[in-house]
Design a binder for this molecule. Structure first.
Ligand code: FES
Ligand SMILES: [Fe+2]
Length: 421
């Protein structure tokens, strides 16, 4: 592989993949070409587990959200037994969309066209003017694979979902369960349209090299010392380093007292359902994303008793990342809309008993990530404009962009598997 090999754009997907330069950003068509966008939808979004919603979004039987993934629409609904179910949002009569709304609550799922009526477990219970031999039992809503993981809902549109989610869940559940996400409520949710390919959104999320300059609000929460060893510490950095070490010790101790796993796990490109989990101490007050590291909600989540419990950060391929704090959680989902457009949904979760205006203030709760998201939106839009420019050629990843590279490695590997199973 030489650099000259990556200079000529092509829409021949196999050739593009074959000549991909490891360690370099992808060629332009991966971000701009409608054919590759369609391939992404088929190979990635129609076949992998996708983080889709938090259980807190559908707390009661009949509560639903709809999730649009390319041409697909999926109903995620809590049934009368409080199980989370997922169905294609397509009527079994003549195919109408059943639910148009993004979220809501229903007794039954009623098609607006001719009123075929389905229970929230998908069973067809009413269809007018049918012959006596009509067999309702064969015409329930078509299910979509769904799985909850410690209060997070994943769906898979494929017939055979990746079989490794159980293994991933076995790793992640001990980290997530203490936060009691199933016993939270949605304090706020924002959908942000980003003028960029979904991979640019993900790549931007997978590095913080840009954080110092781009995210003045966010960066104050973190220590500016990741990747430093004690030998790198200059006299000027010594006070920060000592503070960092004290916060690390505090967090390690808080974890060991409660039996909370502390190890970092990185399996971003070594399995089908790639993930990474790390637990970082926070600077300042060390509690949360409030001013000076202070809490933004008074009621701590789940079993967490120490407000200085850091930031449990989880990344999942292909479309999600999560931040768990002692007092709230922020969950992020990316869905593609077009080659150059994506929607990032951010959902803030607080303890189910936390009262707005008493225990938390929405503006305060959301300030850091609202600002950060808007800054990231602009970075992604700039990246999309750049890779669309005929002057773009792929460039090399730096030493602190390993997770970007892992994402791209994972993505290319999944395309290869799809194209040559
Ligand atoms: S298409 Fe749904 S009831 Fe006819
Ligand atoms: Fe960012």
């Amino acid at each position: 592989m030489t650099l000259s090999n990556i200079l000529a754009p092509s829409t021949d997907t196999d050739a593009l993949i074959d000549r991909r330069a490891v360690g370099y950003s992808l060629e332009a068509p991966f971000y701009t070409d409608p054919q590759i966008f369609d391939l992404d939808m088929a190979a990635i979004f129609a076949r992998h587990w996708l983080f889709s919603a938090a259980e807190a979004e559908i707390p009661d039987p009949g509560d639903f959200v709809t999730v649009d993934i390319g041409a697909y629409s999926v109903i995620i609904v809590r049934d009368d037994d409080e199980e989370v179910r997922a169905f294609h949002n397509v009527c079994r009569h003549r195919g109408s969309r059943i639910l148009q709304q993004a979220c809501g609550s229903v007794g039954n799922l009623v098609c607006p066209y001719h009123q075929w009526t389905y229970r929230v477990d998908g069973e067809l219970v009413y269809a007018e003017s049918q012959p006596p031999e009509f067999d309702r039992s064969r015409l329930g809503l078509r299910p979509v694979h769904v799985r909850t993981l410690a209060g997070l809902i994943f769906i898979c549109l494929g017939d055979e979902p990746p079989g490794d989610l159980d293994e991933v869940a076995a790793v992640l559940e001990p980290y997530l369960s203490p936060y009691g996400l199933a016993d939270t409520k949605v304090a706020h949710q924002v959908d942000l349209v980003e003028e960029g390919n979904w991979k640019l959104v993900m790549e931007n999320n997978r590095e913080c090299q840009h954080c110092d300059t781009a995210h003045p609000e966010l960066i104050t929460a973190y220590f500016p010392l990741f990747g430093y060893s004690e030998n790198d510490i200059t006299p000027r950095l010594r006070p920060v380093f000592e503070r960092y070490r004290a916060a690390q010790d505090h967090l390690s101790n808080a974890c060991s007292v409660t039996g909370f796993p502390r190890d970092e796990r990185r399996e971003l490109d070594t399995r089908i359902t790639g993930f990474q989990v790390s637990h970082l101490p926070l600077d300042g007050g060390g509690a949360s994303f409030g001013a000076d590291g202070n809490p933004v909600s008074r009621k701590l989540l789940g079993d967490i008793e120490d407000e200085r419990f850091g930031d449990l950060s989880i990344h999942m391929q292909p479309n999600a990342w999560f931040h768990m704090l002692s007092d709230h959680a922020v969950v992020f989902r990316v869905l593609p809309v077009a080659p150059g457009r994506s929607v990032v949904r951010t959902t803030w979760l607080v303890h189910a008993d936390a009262q707005e205006g008493v225990d938390y203030d929405v503006d305060n709760l959301t300030a850091v990530w609202n600002a950060t998201n808007l800054q990231d939106r602009d970075l992604v839009a700039g990246a999309q404009r750049g890779v669309t420019d005929p002057g773009y050629v792929p460039g090399p990843y730096s030493m602190v962009e390993g997770d970007v590279e892992s994402f791209v490695n994972w993505y290319v590997g999944r395309l290869r598997t799809y194209l040559t199973p």
